[in-house]
Design a protein around this ligand. Sequence first.
Ligand code: FEO
Ligand code: CA
Ligand code: CA
Length: 640
Amino acid sequence: MLAPMDFDSENTPSNPDPRTTFGEIIAQRYSRRGALLGGLAATLAGPAGPAGAVPMRGGPSTLTFPELRQQLAQTDAVAEGHDRRLLIRWGDPVLADAPAFDPRRQSAAAQAMQFGYNNDYIAVLPMRPGQPIGERALLWANHEYTNTNLMFPGMGTPAEARGRVTAEHVAVELMAHGGSLVEIEREGRAWKLASPGRLNRRITAETLMRISGPAAGHPWMRTSGDPEGRLVRGMLANCAGGITPWGTILTCEENINFAFGGALNDPAQAESQRRFGIMDSPPYGWHRHVARFNRSQEPNESNRFGWVVEVDPYDPQSVPVKRTALGRFKHEGAAHAFAPDGRVVIYMGDDQRFDYVYRFVTARPHDPAKPDRNLLDEGMLSVARFDADGTMRWLPLVQGSGPLTPENGFHSQGDVVIQARRAADLLGATPMDRPEDVEANPVNGRVYVMLTNNANRTAEQVNLANPRAANAHGHVLELIPPGAPARPDHAAETMRWGLFLRAGKPGIDAGAEYHRATSDQGWLSCPDNCAFDSKGRIWIATDGAGSTAGIADGVWVADTAGAGRALTRLFYQAPTGAEVCGPWILPDDSAIFLAIQHPGQDPGSSFDTPSTRWPDFADGTPPRPSVIVITHAAGGPIGS
Ligand code: FEO
Ligand code: CA
Ligand code: CA
C-alpha cells in the first residue's frame, strides 16, 4: 500500500540501527558501479546503460506492443492491441445470497458476502489442484486495508474520518478485510465473473484461524478469548502472497499495526511492539470500538497477526492456518521455488524502510504424489546480508545460534519467530529500501527483489545493495543462486547478486539506470509486485509513482536476458490514486490479471468528492477497487 489514510506506515522506519554492515564497509573501497555491474557483466547480456542516455525508439526488446504514453487520468489505459475487462469490484457478490451493493447503506452483513475492499494479491487457480486451467477457474484476491473516507459518505479527510468512525463503520471494515475466492469463466478470449459456485468464499477479519508452528501456544500468543494461544479471529492487512506446490494460497499479513491501539500495559513487550510499529494512536479507530484491538485490554492480540496464512481454496470449510515458522514481520509476499532436492523455498520481503529480505526452506522435500499439508511448519527461516564482493548470505534465524540466546531474550524458536525483526537486527542483516515482492524467475532461475523506495536513507547509509541516498524511486535487485538456470539451488547458503534496474527518470533522477534504449515513457517509479511470463520476461507493477514522479502507477514489462534486458516498456496505467497489484499471467500468456487497488486515494479525495469514480463513473458511486483482466485483441500473447 502507499500512504493509506493519512499515515505513512512503511515509510516510517522502526529499525533502530540501519547501520552499515561489515560487508558494506568493504564495499566502500570499490567503485560503486564497477562492483555492482562488473561482477555480473561477464554473464549478463546487455547490462543497464548509463543514466541519461538518449532514448531510442523501438530498440531490441522482444516485446512488440506500442508503448503507452504516460498520463495521470481519472481512468485507466492499456497498450494498443489489448482489451481490458472488469472482473469484479468492491461490493460485487461473492456468495449467492449477497445483497446488491449500495454504498450509501453498506452493512457488515452485506459486506461479509460481497467482494472486500482494496484488492491486492491475486491468483488464478484451476478448479482442481494440479490440473491445467480450463473453461472455469478460481480467482483469489487479498483485501488489504480500508479507506474509511472513500468507503462511507460524510467522512471528510482521512484524519477527520478517524474521529468520525463508529462501531458500525468498524464492523463493515472488518468484513471488508481478508480475502475473496470466486469462480470465473472464459468468455471468448477474455474472462468474466461466474455466478457464485460451490467454492466461492469470503474470509474476513473475523474468520476463525488456527496457529501452527513454533509460536503456537507461546505465552505472548494467549488472550482472554484464546487462553491456549492456538486460535485467532481473522487475518489483517493481507498484502501480497503466493501459492504452494500443493495448491493452497499463502496470504501475507503486512501493516497489521494499523489495527491496534491504546496504551500497552506489559513493559516486557514494549520493545517488540515498538519494533513492529504498534502505537497508541493508530490510523484506524478500531481500538476504541473493539476490545481485542485495544492493547490496554489485550496486550498480546497484535502478536497473533503479522504472519503468512495458508488457505485451502478447494475446501470451503477448511480452517486457514497461520504458519508461524515463516516468521512475523510486515510480510509483502511469499513466492515459492524449489531446492534441487525438492525442498520448498519461500522468498519473502518485509515492507518497511530499512527492513529485510527473508527466506524459508522446508525441512523436507515436497512429494507431489503424497503432499504433506504441514510442510511449512518445519524448516529454516533466514535473512539476507548483501556483501560487497557480489555475494549474499542467508543468515539462519535459529534459537540458540549466534546472538539468538536467552541472554538476548530468545528462549525458544517461538521467541525468534514472533520477534523475527529483532532477531534479524542482531544477526546483521542488510537494511533494505522497503522489500516488496521477491520472486524467482522460472526461466532463468534468478530471483528478483522489488525495493520500492526509501527517502530516509542518508549518504552514510548507502550500501551496494541500496546504492542511492534519498531513494525516492526504488530499484530491482537480481539474486543468482548457484547451479544451472534450469536447476538453481534456491536453498544455497550463498548466492551472487547484482542490480537489474534503478528506477526514476533517466537524466532527471540521479542514478536512474535501465537499458540505454528505454524510452521517455518506459521509465518507472516504485516497483512493488512482479510476475514472469512464459518467456521469463518481468512484468512490474508499481505503487507510489503519483507522489514520487507525478505519473500514474502501472505495469511495465522488460526482457530479463538478451539484447533487451532491462528495457522497460509501459503496458498499463491505473486511474489516479490507484496502485497496481498482483500481476498474474496465465501459463500460455493469454491473459494478465491485475488488481487495481485504492483508486481515488488522493489528497482532498473523499466519498462525496472523489478524485475519480473509476470504474463505474456513476454519480454518487465512489471509486471501487477492482480486479481486471487484459487479453490481446487479436488473440496473441499479451505484450505482442
Ligand atoms: Fe502492501 Fe507492501 O505493500
Ligand atoms: Ca507497496
Ligand atoms: Ca505491495
